[in-house]
Design a protein around this ligand. Sequence first.
Ligand code: DGL
Length: 278
Amino acid sequence: MPDNRPIGVFDSGIGGLTLVSGLARALPQERFLFFGDTAHLPYGDKSSKAVITYSQGILQFFARHGCKAVIIACNTASAVAYSYLERLWADSMAVFNVIDPVVQHCIDHLQASRIGVIGTKSTIRSRVYPRKFQQLASSVKVTTASAPLLAPMIEEGFYDNTISRTLIGAYLDKKQFQDIEALILGCTHYPLIRQEIEEYFSGRVSVVDNIQPTISAVSQKLADRDRLADQKKAGETAPAHHFFVSDFTQSFQETARIFFGASVELEQSDIWRLNTYS
Ligand code: DGL
């Protein structure tokens, strides 16, 4: 039976709008509620305990809004909070992370035996990517490095220029990345510099982000469980998405356009009323 309840998507900030934009195009019948935890941004430097606590508050927010599924768009939260959230919430909402789909995609579609990963300090520290490959394809050698300045650089609109090229070079010009065949962009923000990274490697390395693999995994699983919304009929209006943040500022409002690719109205959420959220 079609399920017309909304799908929640959350991120530490607004970088996750890159994923929502792809999801809205791929699943036009679905209504998305986005939550950007701008009050606690960045997650990339926080402890696992803090990220789990914030994420748990956000899932309560989505549960209150009657979501049928939640997608953790943030790599850091996917790395450190997914198992906890999935255990707690799977009975009421399907919970997705952005890491399993991209790992599976690399195994199924790339014949790469040496893969690099870049992400925030917390994502890299968690060793989630090497662990997943070890479980599913132990012959793949995974090397990782954190690239903490890339996310703020992109948020400030510095990409496709000399500053971004210099910083990308500084992070990728490392011994452990010299012989990789594929690079996973393990952060919400990096799809915006994907082309620059491809150019850095002059096409020698397959550069993959989480967006398409996650969209495919979510679509497939919701279809398998018969939880997709009704297909819209010709002339019917598109579902109204909502874009909540935990702390609204004009600057976030302006940056949101960079990630969504079109202007969106951010709304201050009432999450602070939940006593689990602080
Ligand atoms: N959303 C985070 C991620 O994908 C990047 C920004 C942050 O550190 O919060 O890991």
